[in-house]
Ligand binder design. Structure first.
Ligand code: C2E
Ligand code: SIN
Ligand code: SIN
Ligand code: FE
Ligand code: FE
Length: 796
């Protein structure tokens, strides 16, 4: 293009030159007429003509013709030849014609060349453009002002314009989004400073005809003209919108899986405890999902939703929040419906949604706009909900919901594990409790101890504040307070309660268990129709929960087990069932203890009866052996004194006592004529008399409980030196009780009248005992016997 323009310029200057030369020529002509033969001037002009001609030597033909003409004319003029003037004039015209022909031919040539160039240029351009259009890269050329001078098909496609519409539009005004326009024109200024052939990389969005923005990665370079001035820019742009979107999506997914991973990790590391896990889960959701408030609710059997964890903790909205999953207005929100349907539920605008009316006023002060509830599902069904609130409308997009769905699955598993673990722990605790109660029942026969163990277990396992037992007295038909635990006020023997009055009376009457949440007295009054008997105690204690079971064993009412709590107990039936199991155990324990007490009492009575029998026998014996009246009692008393002094235990003393009382029971088998014979016994009679210890053995060994008392009746005639009867035992071989008794018996016999002789004096008898020490008697026993006698005399 530049070559073409410069040729035109040259042509113009050539024509100008011809005119100048022609003008000079005319001046020369005139001067020739005016100043005849002024050859000097003519020559000067001629020289001037030559000089100018050669300066423009380029239009050779014209210049040569002109100069030849000039020379001829000058010479002709100089010689003043009129013909010569004519010739000169003709040659001048001829020269001018040649000159013009040359000039026009030149112009024509130039035009042809230009046309050819233009065609070539267009062909070239079209070909290039076809190539450009094939390229799947945007190619844009801008002039210095940013107007589009070149664009390929891809560029048209991306921007949504036809090629012709596009050319001439201003890039910055029409395609750069408002927000970044200024920044980008600054950048364009920088690009203009790039050295030749240098490229610069830049990413920026462009706005297409229909307003959609696409992100393009540009390679920019600069175009300069022949003189080195910036003529515009040329850019190749790659549409990376999808790439960037994909990258963004990938980054989001990465972030999501990171957050899911960290939630999973946190939940697993957390203790196997529902509350702690629910709190952690809520916290993670708030931190990772950019929501404002989260809570985890459990669907309680009473159709309420119990909040087990939340974040931010102690958020005032969550406090005392009533949510249900029945048909009440409190079940119409996202939570109730998600629990009932098992599908997630969204309330987009809590302040204007009819279904949220129950909480509208409560939620108003907080900047919470929309709520999402996800059901928490275990293999056995929906057990709760994960509830999230956002302060932005439309926050819970499809993608968000998908994310939260994954979280809710994870959460359900983690929470369910924790719940199962807690349940297992509780069950193990209960089994252990039952075991302990069993042990208490079998190990202790004391009713008070049994009740104390039971109440401890009841309070611990049922997690209540207080518990007590009333026992039913079948004779008075009253319930009497028997034991209690966990009361603040001191319940010193509350009045007995009549069967049929008050809570206890009603439970006893109906023989069925009872559970009250809230005002216990109100309930009591309902069927009592008057003042509640224990209202003062309930009020002082602050009880708001009550449960009781009748204690029944073998169809008989034994009493009532009551439990109290200072806060309401939400339970799923299992708790109440366990209370009833504990009630059964308590009844069995009380029944056992009562039976045992009865048995013990009967046993004691029986034993007392036995002993009375023994004493009776002894008395009868003394009576038969008339002269020895009171003998049995006296020897028993003295024997016990000595035995005690010699260190015998109470248990042994009991047997010693019985043995002493019955020592001569064997004489039952001795005929009167021998036993009561006033004189000396014959050898034969003596043989019979000596059998009385053996008879005693035969009689008493049949009675089990008298067997330990046999030593005295059997061995009281054995002697220390081994000369006694019936076995002839010696020294320590003879049981101590028999050794003691022997001394006492002989002393009492000697100091009493006998059919065969008169009583000896005390002194004589003592002398005899001392004498027999080491022979008939154990010297040690004699020693103690004498000291005891001394003590007794001192008291007398
Ligand atoms: P008992 O009369 O109660 O006497 C118990 C024991 O006291 C006698 O055991 C004996 O060790 C001692 N004892 C009692 N009286 C005398 C006594 O006068 N002198 C001495 N040295 N010791 C006396 P023993 O000897 O084995 O007699 C057992 C029982 O046999 C007596 O019980 C008594 O019921 C009867 N018995 C013994 N000797 C006679 C007797 O001569 N005539 C009669 N009728 N019965 C006799
Ligand atoms: C609901 O949407 O079910 C109630 C939740 C709330 O009280 O915020
Ligand atoms: C008795 O002591 O009364 C009779 C004699 C005896 O068996 O020791
Ligand atoms: Fe005897
Ligand atoms: Fe005796």
């Amino acid at each position: 293009m530049n070559g073409f323009f410069s040729n035109i310029k040259k042509l113009k200057s050539s024509i100008l030159m011809i005119l100048i030369i022609t003008a000079i020529y005319i001046v020369t002509l005139l001067l020739t007429f005016l100043v005849q033969r002024s050859a000097i001037i003519q020559i000067l002009l001629l020289v001037l003509n030559f000089v100018l001609s050669f300066l423009y030597w380029k239009i050779k033909g014209a210049v040569i013709a002109l100069n030849i003409g000039t020379i001829i004319f000058t010479v002709g003029a100089y010689n003043k030849m009129p013909l010569e003037y004519l010739v000169a004039g003709i040659s001048l015209l001829f020269c001018l014609m040649i000159m013009l022909v040359v000039v026009f031919r030149k112009i024509e040539n130039q035009r042809k060349v230009q046309q050819q160039n233009e065609i070539k240029y267009r062909e070239l351009f079209e070909r290039f453009k076809r190539y450009f259009d094939l390229v799947q890269v945007m190619i844009v050329g801008l002039d210095v002002d940013g107007n589009i001078i070149l664009a390929n098909k891809k560029t048209c496609d991306v921007l949504g314009y036809e090629y012709n519409e596009l050319i001439g539009k201003n890039w910055f005004k029409d395609f750069v989004p408002n927000g970044i326009r200024n920044g980008l024109s600054g950048y364009f200024d920088q690009v203009k400073k790039l050295p030749n052939g240098a490229f610069d990389y830049h990413e920026n969005p462009v706005r297409s005809k229909n307003g959609i923005e696409r992100i393009i990665a540009w390679q920019n370079t600069i175009i300069k003209d022949d003189f080195g001035n910036v003529a515009g820019s040329l850019s190749a742009g790659l549409d990376i919108t999808e790439l960037r979107q994909m990258q963004e999506k990938l980054a989001q997914q990465l972030k999501l899986s990171e957050s899911l991973y960290s939630i999973a990790e946190k939940l697993v590391l957390e203790k196997l405890n529902v509350h702690e896990r629910a709190n952690t889960l809520s916290k993670m959701c708030v931190e990772l999902l950019d929501v404002s408030l989260v809570w985890v609710g459990y669907a309680a059997p009473d159709k309420s939703v119990k909040i087990v964890g939340s974040y931010p903790q102690n958020h005032p909205y969550v406090k005392d929040l009533i949510v249900r999953w029945d048909d009440s207005p409190y079940a119409q929100g996202a939570v109730g419906r998600s629990i009932k349907t098992g599908e997630y539920q969204i309330i987009e605008d809590v302040l204007n949604d009819e279904r949220f009316i129950a909480w509208k006023d409560k939620i108003a002060p907080y900047n919470l706009k929309t709520v999402l509830s996800f059901p928490l599902i275990s293999p056995s069904g929906v057990f709760g909900a994960l509830v999230l609130y956002s302060d932005k409308y439309g926050f819970f997009s499809k993608e968000k919901v998908e994310q939260i769905k994954i979280i809710s699955h994870m959460a359900a598993a983690a929470l369910e594990n924790a719940r199962l673990f807690e349940e297992l722990e509780k069950k193990l605790g209960r089994i252990e409790a039952l075991h302990q109660i069993d042990r208490a029942i079998s190990a202790s026969t004391d009713l008070k101890v049994v009740m104390s163990v039971l109440l401890d277990q009841v309070i611990h396992q049922l997690n209540v504040h207080a518990a007590d037992i009333f026992l039913f007295n079948e004779y008075s038909m009253n319930f009497e307070y028997a034991a209690g635990r966990g009361f603040r006020t001191r319940r010193i023997n509350p009045k007995p309660i009549k069967l049929g009055t008050g809570l206890i009376g009603k439970i006893g009457m109906d023989k069925s268990s009872m559970k009250i949440s809230g005002n216990i007295c109100e309930y009591c009054k309902e069927f009592e129709n008057r003042h509640c008997e224990r209202s003062e105690i309930f009020a002082q204690e602050g009880f708001v929960f009550y449960a009781a079971v009748p204690l029944m064993a073998k169809g008989r009412l034994l009493g009532i087990l009551e439990v109290f709590n200072r806060s309401d107990i939400q339970e799923n039936g299992e708790w109440f069932e366990f209370l009833q199991v504990l009630g059964q155990q308590t009844a069995i324990a009380i029944d056992n203890a009562k039976l045992f007490e009865d048995l013990q009492r009967k046993n004691i009575e029986l034993l007392q009866a036995y002993d009375a029998t023994i004493e009776g026998w002894a008395y009868a014996l003394d009576l038969r052996d008339r002269e020895t009246e009171g003998h049995s009692e006296r020897v028993t008393e003295l024997t016990l004194k000595i035995a005690k002094k010699m260190g015998m235990k109470d248990e042994e003393l009991l047997h010693v006592k019985r043995g002493a009382l019955l020592h001569d029971i064997g004489k039952m088998g001795i005929p009167d004529q021998i036993l009561l014979k006033p004189g000396k016994l014959t050898d034969q009679e003596w043989e019979i008399m000596k059998k009385h210890p053996v008879y005693a053995y035969q009689m008493l060994s049949r009675i089990e409980y008298l067997r330990p008392a046999l030593d005295i009746p059997y061995y009281h005639h054995e002697k220390w030196d081994g000369t006694g009867y019936p076995m002839g035992l010696k020294g320590q071989e003879i049981p101590l009780s028999a050794r003691i008794f022997a001394v006492v018996d002989v002393y009492d016999a000697l100091t009493s009248d006998r059919p065969y002789r008169k009583a000896w004096s005390k002194e004589e008898a003592i002398e005899y005992i001392k004498n027999q020490s080491g022979k008939h008697f154990d010297p040690k026993v004699v020693e103690v016997f004498l000291s005891v006698l001394e003590e007794m005399t001192a008291i007398d």
